[in-house]
Design a protein around this ligand. Structure first.
Ligand SMILES: Nc1ncnc2c1ncn2[C@@H]1O[C@H](COP(=O)(O)OP(=O)(O)OP(=O)(O)O)[C@@H](O)[C@H]1O
Length: 380
């Protein structure tokens, strides 16, 4: 194991992954301190209040490991740079992924600046990703340099590169990802062996820093619901929706449609959110062609290396977390976005979610999905 005296600030969430990250860095000889961030002010009238418990767990782990725990509140930055965008996306009829923005704007920006203030050159998180390096440029021209790369985590069930694709190269270079080289069961085992209180804590779900809440109630506090009609693709009205923002493409549950005289008993799925008319279009059958996407276009991409890959053409992509990579053709556009054509049509590709591009194990970057086309249409 390498021995170093460098100071590292570990983002301590009160979960098992960051607990074990701190442990591993101590074992590797780093000078480790923890930081618990509170980025959401919870007096918002709901009964959900997990930050207090999480802080207590983070403190217990730091006490056990004998390291100091700092606390910081970046709620203002979170509101301005993550949450307002999140609401704007819902308002625009899309389904955003705030954790991606949170990583770029908070965990790998404000956190790094704060760590610098504490005298640390590096931060560490419990994300399941790895770091690689490539040589770029030509030695003969003196432009030869080693550049960092974001790689998928070793545990394919836990890989979190999807959420980190918008983090720039310079921030990746300043971060250590100790559990990225491990599989989750090994992480829990280490926590148990070292008697860390988080060993058996269940994985966090919900939006980072906001946590698990009844999503509909939560959103309604910020955006007024606009009920409207549910229609079939040929315009028959078959029900009422509670507000387009509450529905996700491909969703089956919660439509309240059934027992219609002219239709079979097959379940209905959300196929289109028509924002202009405030209409939800539903189709019958999990594999209805309207649920499938052949091609898509994104907003401007965040390339980890700051620019698109040098070689063009075939890559793999994910259009949502926990999806197998799918082979695709990639074409860059002048507006900074890309167009992607999938080898096989993809189900329930959702505007507002992100397309993330991979070259083997390397995560190259990604962008928010803007438009999708299915086999019945083509890119204009
Ligand atoms: N409140 C927080 N304060 C400081 N760092 C945090 C906080 N929440 C998350 N992090 C950092 O971001 C990493 C990934 O967060 P995520 O919410 O995805 O949790 P996770 O994968 O369940 O990890 P953990 O088991 O550590 O909670 C954490 O491991 C931690 O390093």
């Amino acid at each position: 194991m390498t021995s170093t005296t460098g100071k590292v600030i570990v983002g301590m969430s009160g979960g098992v992954d960051s607990s074990v990250s701190a442990l591993l860095l101590l074992q590797q000889g780093y000078h480790v301190e923890g930081l618990f961030m509170k980025n959401w002010d919870e007096d918002d009238g709901t009964e959900y209040c997990t930050a207090k418990d999480d802080l207590a767990d983070a403190q217990a782990v730091c006490d056990k490991l004998g390291i100091p725990l700092h606390t910081a509140n970046f709620a203002a930055e979170y509101w301005d740079n993550v949450f307002e965008h999140f609401l704007a996306e819902y308002k625009a009829g899309r389904t955003p992924n705030p954790d991606i923005l949170c990583n770029r704007e908070i965990k790998f920006k404000v956190f790094i600046e704060y760590a610098e203030m504490l005298g640390a050159e590096k931060i560490a998180t419990g994300h399941y990703v790895r770091q690689g390096q490539v040589r770029q440029g030509l030695a003969s021209q003196g432009t030869d340099e080693v550049r960092p790369r974001l790689l998928k985590g070793l545990d394919p069930n836990k890989d979190q590169s999807y959420f980190l694709h918008a983090v720039p190269e310079a921030a990746i270079a300043r971060t250590l990802f100790p559990v990225g080289e491990l599989e989750k069961p090994a992480v829990r085992e280490l926590a148990e062996r070292h008697d860390l209180v988080t060993a058996k804590k269940k994985d966090s779900t919900g939006i980072c820093f906001i946590g698990e809440r009844r999503f509909r109630d939560f959103l309604q506090q910020y955006l007024p619901a606009q009920p409207g009609k549910i229609e079939t693709p040929d315009g028959q009205v078959i029900g009422e929706h509670m507000g387009l923002m509450y529905y996700t493409l491909g969703q089956r549950q919660g439509l309240g449609i059934g027992g219609l005289a002219d239709y079979s008993e097959d379940p209905w799925y959300v196929a289109v959110k028509d924002l202009e008319r405030n209409v939800l279009v539903a189709v019958q059958g999990k594999h209805h062609p309207l649920l499938y996407t052949d091609s898509l276009a994104t907003e401007a991409m965040d390339w980890i290396a700051g620019k698109p890959p040098v070689h063009k053409g075939r890559f793999t992509a994910k259009t949502r977390y926990r999806q197998n990579d799918v082979p695709c053709m990639l074409r860059t556009r002048d507006d900074g976005g890309v167009e992607v054509h999938f080898d096989t049509p993809q189900r329930a590709v959702t505007p507002g979610q992100s397309l993330v591009i991979y070259d083997g194990e390397i995560c190259l970057g990604g962008g928010v999905i803007r438009d999708t086309w299915n086999a019945l249409e083509s890119i204009a």
